[in-house]
Design a protein around this ligand. Structure first.
Ligand SMILES: [Zn+2]
Length: 140
């Protein structure tokens, strides 16, 4: 199963569903989609562990150990762990970006003003009324 393709399909759908004026919501969507991808990878890892366990059980039972098959399965699990780490990194990256509500420019989380239009950027940690006013979207 290719998670990337599936994820991109969801991302494309999200893009179609959301209007151009709610960029911050887009951003939030992408974080939750990334989290969803993480959960999916985690579930696949669990399945792979179960498959590996069953495979080894059968090998021991039949006294027919195939070390190549085992290492293939182990590498597959390692690959999935790496993928999950990449997705987690992406989540952290997306969280660190603040999109200007005026012009849509992506700024560093630490920026107080938009690098493009100088609009004051509202930190998500402060003044929730101000925050929702600028976004004009339901933040829940
Ligand atoms: Zn701006």
């Amino acid at each position: 199963m290719d998670f990337k393709d599936e994820f991109e399909a969801i991302a494309e759908k999200t893009k179609q569903l959301t209007g151009s004026g709610i960029r911050k919501a887009d951003e939030m969507f992408s974080v939750s989609k990334l989290k969803l991808e993480c959960i999916r990878i985690d579930n696949t890892i669990k399945t792979k562990y179960a498959e590996l366990g069953k495979m080894m059980y059968n090998m021991v039972k039949d006294d027919n150990a195939d070390s190549e098959k085992i290492s293939d399965a182990v590498m597959e699990i390692d690959r999935l762990y790496k993928k999950m780490a990449q997705v987690n990194e992406k989540i952290e990256e997306v969280k660190k970006i603040v999109t200007c509500p005026e012009c849509g420019t992506k700024n560093k989380f630490t920026s107080n003003y938009c690098s493009s239009c100088r609009h004051k950027l509202v930190c998500t940690d402060e003044e929730p009324e101000d925050y929702s006013y600028h976004l004009d979207v339901d933040t829940e």
